[in-house]
Write a protein that binds this ligand. Structure first.
Ligand SMILES: [Zn+2]
Length: 76
């Protein structure tokens, strides 16, 4: 419960104007998922989010990718 309250305070501080559930989802993802060093090859806007050992996702365009090896990915 304390964590939820903290998130609510963060939401006010960020001046979030969207859906509170959306904010919580983003914050939860941020804490559990790490950003990779790979730039999204689809929109070239942001680094891909690494969901686990093989799955990568772009938060900008929403495309999913699979890691083939250290620096090679392909569309899922
Ligand atoms: Zn993208």
């Amino acid at each position: 419960m304390g964590k939820m309250k903290q998130l609510y305070i963060d939401m006010l501080n960020d001046h979030w104007e969207g859906d509170p559930d959306e904010y919580l989802r983003i914050k939860t993802r941020e804490s559990e998922i790490t950003k990779s060093e790979i730039l999204c090859p689809n929109c070239l806007t942001d680094m891909l989010i690494q969901e686990n050992q093989v799955d990568l996702n772009c938060v900008c365009c929403g495309f999913n990718f699979v890691k083939i090896n250290h620096n090679t990915i392909r569309y899922k």
